[in-house]
Design a protein around this ligand. Sequence first.
Ligand code: NAP
Length: 300
Amino acid sequence: MIKLEAAALAARIKEEVKAEIDGGVRAALAAVRVGDDPASAVYVRNKIRACEEVGIRSEHHALPESTTTEQLLELITSLNTRDDVDGILTQLPLPAHINETAIIEAMNPLKDVDGFHPVNAGKLAMGRPVFVPCTPAGIIELLDDRGVEIRGANACVVGRSQIVGRPMAQLLLQRDATVTICHSRTRDLPAVTRTADLLVVAIGRAGFIGRDHIKPGATVIDVGMNKVSDADEVRSLFGDEAEKRLEVVAKRGSTLVGDVNPAEAAEVAGMLTPVPGGVGLLTVAMLMKNTLKAAKLRRS
Ligand code: NAP
């Protein structure tokens, strides 16, 4: 089985963005975060660091947990109108008391570098994408980079979230795959996923997809990012790599695993994205690409 490592591609995408910035394009990203969720803080920090790497100016608006929907709307409105801000990123999930839909819909679609605004989701669904959510866009780049045939493939997307599953299915459809979307109410999930030449999994359940879900030789893209710390679980997920992962658990308290059981997938899949080292790296790189695009579109 081939491991679809994404580090080299992510670096190349960022270098391409950097070359345009160095060539004179000015771009700026405003990252907005509310509350103290540690995972969100790490994600935003990584995005800010990527901006620094490629030369995109960034500003970080870290607001307290007590922020109201109205206060956040005020900030979004001001970022919408500021000429020196090209892209706005609101880190999700927002605290439960904030109306997430209202915040996403308040964003200027031309600054919506995450591609979550209904105008951008609608354009993607119509086959006229402008800003595409970064994770599925990165997956298409990876498949193209590795020469994985999309046209005519039986593609199955497990998960129907606004940020991964749905836009992923739209992108695959646009590239002439025959697409099936699965979710928590799908009957006999393994029977459906086993028909897929190309299986994309984004459900948020550690190691859920096993050998019985995978067609021999299939390309499997694992979007999930879950933490595991139980030693028996680590052994059942990582096979030969288990000892290395247990060392990570001893050092950091947990290790990352996707939604696919990597030990079982290795027995049947043709290709699999690792976690970490796969899809996650591309998400940040594609955010840089979208921000550059926003800057060029607004200034053209
Ligand atoms: P989400 O909004 O929680 O959606 C999960 C989806 O999975 C839902 O559509 C749900 O179905 C479906 N699902 C849940 N359990 C299922 C089951 N047993 N069988 C079939 N479908 C099931 O999740 P998300 O935001 O898309 O994220 C999914 C995972 O990807 C998470 O681990 C997240 O951390 C990770 N992620 C990673 C990146 C990255 O950059 N690598 C980016 C985004 C997300 P229903 O609709 O029926 O409830």
